[in-house]
Design a protein. Structure first.
Lengths: 484, 119, 422
């Protein structure tokens, strides 16, 4: 039996897991997919929002601003890149200029630091590719960009190093509480029991919640399409550029990513299907049209990939983070949509704090707060790189030509705690396959490495677990196998 | 009388050619715009031929497969059978380019040969 | 720092021919840098025949064609390094390379020949809507898996794009026992050779649907179905024309892009039409002593032309090394332009004083033209007028310029290639 079971290994679940790993408690994370960061956490704008959007006094506002504050130190502790590139909310309609002031006031009330309203001239000077129609902008220097994969992976990895168990491919199918108050979680991989359960199931948080409570909730998957552009045009804007928000969200943003690409998106379409993260022609056309409203000369010919993510939208547009009234020791983290990525360190702190208090947890003496990321040889000098290759020749073999990722980095990704087991797992840890050829070149090579390192037959190497195998069989039918 | 429709492969024009046949004899060729089409159509309707290229399984080599080809054309209707013969072969490394992999495949008088080295 | 007279980036057909040519022009210290584990480049996976009719007057398979040049490289004892990635080329021709065995190192090159080839346009760049499951491959990746590694990507296949690689893979997958259900082509014509349409599709009863594209990909983990639809003149799908094919594999053969990451980093000027470097009559880029040839310069359809072009690049690089920097003075430079249906020319400029007696100018057209003329203008005067029964975007065309004709026109500024109806 565990002290705490967390359902979901996205940024919310992983942040809580890491927070709990500070304490003397047994903790397990159950994840239905084959890796961390497989749901909402993997497909979003990758922005660390400043915090002027959420309603004043809301939990969402509090978590956003606190999460933003915590992110700098967290990124440093986890050795992941993070940059406060600043955000601008751009007004392109004269009659809407007062909206900037409304946002400014809300931001101040929420505790956002250093906000400023810019004139048309100031805005254009800072960001020459803004639309010619720009009337003014709200500038938020604390806004930042981060890699959501690396953040999620790093938090989970650090939690695992500190003793948290992760169970992948494990889907919670039913939850019951026995007479002694112990939670029993039935999964496809047997039963798990725990004193406390944390529901961090993203778009499935309603299904999990509704297993234990009479007060039903509904999470609506709100799809957002995105386009990612080549690094060649990653400098088209330096700041994260938002239009003025509407009731469907923050609108289509244009932003550099932490890795130097340009991201454009998202759209917002409410769905019933919780797995409906397919892009649509209409969605892509819509976002291209909208992005061009506030940024000019957007080089959409340089798209290297498009994708869609699902936000876990709750009707009140508010985070639900609390113990469920009719289910003691069951804590919801539901409705964690944007700014969920920004908020995850704060949610971890909050839920960790709640559990510490309820369970009287004590701090571990030997908690490891820092995690060393996968070495990036591109940051080394020629001499240092040579030294490295002498010691570890695999760092001399480039596998992904577009992103210059070496075999050494891929081996590290596979063999570290919660290591990669699929092409996507390698991709999210190392960026191999994330460049402009979108893994056309490196897929067969990464497959070969996974096959060799994990002892998997090539037919069982997958894109992302389950039935996503890349090849199905040898050529030449029954004669095609290796020598007996 | 039998009519056959063909696309000429002589150039990017890709003329749609109609051939009229009787008892295996070409009566007429229509639709071509140059003599290349006429020649192509007459050969293609009477006895079409193809070169088959594929791979064979290699044991003990630095690669699991070796590319092969029929060293000349074989009748088009023998492609399937030829592939079956190729698929059934296992060769041992080393293989040298030009090595005969199948002698006189399907009695066509044509050999299947290796098109690369496998060490 | 180690130094070589000529460093060649890429050991495919272009790099091999350039190396052999440079050696025959008398250059001693030549080094080929190849990122794969063998020489030959993409030809190794192109196991079908049809290569070399121009060069060797016989039909070879890809590996056989490559081997003809590899043999010469071996005979000439030209040095090469495998499993070696070039990380950087500086404007003063310092090449930074890296491998497992040699670590990261720099080479001072007398001349550099760019022969990096091209890559395939991926799904992402095509904005194909739908899910992102396993089972979607560029045709070339599938070709490598089937022909080199010996693995089948799937059993039921839809192919988007009727370029030659897509057509060849339709036949190849069929011969290996897969069912290729349809080949969809966005354009109203196929960019592939007629021979491939007949022998790779018609022979096996595979339908080719022109003016069609993929509008949806189904399958969360693995592809389960693909929907295609007809497109109108605006290239947009026409509602109501959708056809759904159940399948486990989608192959994409939607164009090739010269691989010029290194060239861009080195500050080499690019031609936006070809996505390859802008070169002069010597196939030299704007950086003196840096030459380009093969698919990195512009995408070819025939490897014979790649070898021919690379042979010239090799000889010109040799000349550059032998003459040193003495010969940098520019002569009478004429600009080459492509208009009225012609899309681009290679080279982009010609120095009348430095050109050889004959110069082959290669170009492509932007649409299918029947019974039209390829015309060459010296400024406003038409000097060549050649009737062609057919011109198609998939087939590279050429005109030959004579040095003495160019010399005759004193103030010649521009040579224009046009496609004219009469």
């Amino acid at each position: 039996m565990y002290d705490v079971i967390i359902i979901g290994a996205g940024v919310t679940g992983s942040s809580i897991a890491r927070q709990l790993s500070r304490y003397n408690a047994s903790v397990c994370v159950l994840e239905k997919c084959e890796d961390v960061c497989e749901g909402t956490s993997k497909a979003n704008s990758a922005i660390v929002h400043a915090g002027f959007d959420a309603a004043e006094g809301s939990l969402m506002a509090k978590m956003n601003v606190r999460g933003n504050e915590l992110m700098g130190q967290l990124a440093e502790d986890l050795d992941i890149p993070f940059k406060r590139n600043g955000a601008m909310v751009v007004c392109i309609h004269k009659e809407a200029i007062d909206g900037l002031k409304t946002l400014y006031d809300r931001g101040i009330a929420n505790g956002v630091k250093d906000l400023r309203i810019l004139s048309r001239e100031e805005a254009l000077e800072m960001e020459p590719n803004l639309s010619d129609n720009v009337e003014g902008a709200l500038y938020a220097p604390t806004s930042g960009i981060i890699c959501p994969f690396m953040l999620n992976i790093a938090m989970a990895e650090n939690a695992a190093v500190n003793g948290v168990d992760f169970r992948f491919n494990t889907k919670v199918e039913a939850i019951k509480r026995d007479e002694e108050g112990i939670w029993h979680l039935r999964t496809n991989n047997g039963e798990y029991t725990a004193r406390y359960v944390v529901n961090a199931a993203g778009v499935y948080a309603d299904i999990i919640h509704n297993m234990v409570s009479a007060n039903k909730i509904k999470i609506t998957p709100r799809r957002g399409d995105y386009c990612l552009l080549d690094k060649e045009v990653g400098g088209h804007v330096k700041h994260t550029i938002f239009p003025q928000p509407t009731n469907l969200g923050k609108g289509v943003l244009v932003s550099p990513t932490i890795h130097g690409n340009l991201i454009v998106g998202p759209t917002a379409v409410d769905l019933e299907n919780k797995e409906g993260n397919n892009t649509t022609a209409a969605g892509i056309a819509d976002l291209i049209a909208k992005a061009n409203d506030h940024v000019k000369n957007l080089p959409m010919r340089k798209v290297i990939t498009s994708f869609a993510g699902l936000r876990a939208h709750e009707a009140n547009h508010e985070f639900i983070i609390k113990e469920v009234e009719d289910a003691p020791h069951f804590i919801d983290c539901a409705g964690i949509e944007s700014p969920g990525l920004t908020s995850c360190p704060a949610i971890g702190e909050m839920v960790g704090g709640m559990l510490k208090e309820k369970m009287n947890l004590t701090e571990k003496e030997n908690w490891i707060s820092k995690r060393k990321g996968i070495l990036n040889p591109q940051e080394l000098s020629l001499e240092e790189r040579n030294e490295l290759i002498k010691k570890e020749p695999a760092y001399g073999q480039i596998i992904c030509r577009c992103e210059s990722i070496s075999e050494g980095e891929i081996l590290d990704a596979i063999h570290r705690p919660l290591g990669a087991r699929s092409l996507d797992g390698v991709k999210r840890r190392t960026r191999a396959g994330m460049g402009r050829c979108q893994a056309g070149f490196c897929s067969p090579r990464v497959m070969e490495i996974l096959h060799r390192e994990l002892g998997l037959p090539l037919e069982e190497v997958t894109k992302s677990g389950g039935r996503s195998n890349i090849v199905i069989e040898r050529t030449k039918g029954s004669n095609g196998g290796d020598e007996a | 009388m039998e009519k056959r429709e063909l696309t000429c492969i002589g150039c990017p024009m890709g003329c749609q050619i109609t051939v009229e046949l009787e008892n295996g004899e070409v009566l007429s060729v229509k639709g071509n715009t140059c003599p290349i089409g006429d020649n192509y159509a007459r050969k293609e309707v009477i006895h079409p031929e193809r070169t088959v290229t594929s791979t064979v399984v290699v044991d003990g080599g630095d690669k699991p497969r070796c590319s092969v080809k029929t060293a000349g054309n074989i009748p088009k209707d023998k492609i399937d059978e030829c592939m079956k013969a190729i698929d059934a072969v296992r060769v041992k490394a080393p293989v040298k380019i030009g090595d005969v992999i199948i002698d006189n495949v399907l009695g066509t008088g044509v050999n299947v040969v290796a098109t690369r080295n496998v060490d | 720092m180690i130094s070589y007279d000529i460093v060649i980036i890429g050991g495919g057909p272009a790099g091999l021919a350039a190396a052999v040519s440079a050696r025959k022009s008398g250059i001693e210290k030549i080094l080929i840098l190849e990122r794969d584990k063998e020489l030959g480049g993409i030809l190794n996976q192109c196991i079908h025949n049809g290569f070399g009719l121009h060069t060797f007057k016989e039909e070879l398979t890809g590996p056989e064609y490559a081997y003809r040049f590899i043999e010469q490289v071996l005979e000439e004892k030209i040095e090469y390094k495998l499993n070696t990635m070039v990380m950087d080329i500086s404007p003063d021709r310092v090449v930074t390379a890296m491998s497992r065995e040699d670590g990261m190192y720099q080479i001072q090159a007398g001349a550099v020949i760019l022969a990096m080839g091209c890559r395939e346009r991926p799904r992402g760049a095509l904005n194909i809507p739908g899910y992102r499951p396993a089972g979607i491959f560029s045709a070339g990746t599938a070709q490598r898996l089937v022909n080199i590694e010996g693995y089948m990507p799937g059993r039921e296949v839809v192919i988007l794009g009727s370029g030659d690689i897509g057509l060849i893979m339709a036949r190849r997958m069929t011969l290996e026992g897969a069912k290729v259900k349809v080949v969809a082509e966005l354009l109203p014509y196929s960019g592939g050779l007629k021979r491939n349409i007949v022998q790779c599709l018609n022979d096996f009863g595979i339908p080719l649907k022109l003016s069609h594209t993929v509008v949806d990909i189904e399958g969360k983990e693995h592809v389960t179905a693909v929907t295609i639809a007809e497109v109108g003149k605006d290239m947009k799908p026409i509602p109501g024309t959708e056809e759904r094919y159940t399948c486990d594999t989608l192959l994409l053969s939607c164009g090739l892009i010269p691989e010029n990451e290194l060239s861009n980093k080195a500050g080499i000027q690019m031609n936006p039409v070809t996505s390859g470097p802008i070169v002069n009559e010597s196939l030299e880029t704007n950086i003196p002593g840096v030459f380009a040839c093969g698919n990195v310069l512009h995408v070819h359809d025939l490897v014979d032309y790649v070898s021919e072009e690379a042979t010239k690049a090799g000889a010109n690089a040799a000349k550059f090394v032998q003459n040193g920097s003495k010969d940098t003075a520019k002569g009478h430079v004429v600009e080459l332009k492509a208009t009225d249906g012609a899309r681009y020319t290679v080279p982009c400029t010609v120095d009348v004083d430095k050109m050889e007696d004959l110069l082959t100018v290669r170009f492509r057209v932007g649409a299918v033209f029947k019974d039209s003329f390829v015309s060459v203008y010296f400024d406003d005067e038409r000097v060549q007028h050649l009737k062609k029964r057919i011109l198609a975007p998939g087939e590279m065309e050429q005109v030959i310029l004579q040095k003495k004709k160019l010399q005759e026109v004193k103030d010649l500024k521009t040579i224009t290639i046009k496609i004219e109806a009469e």
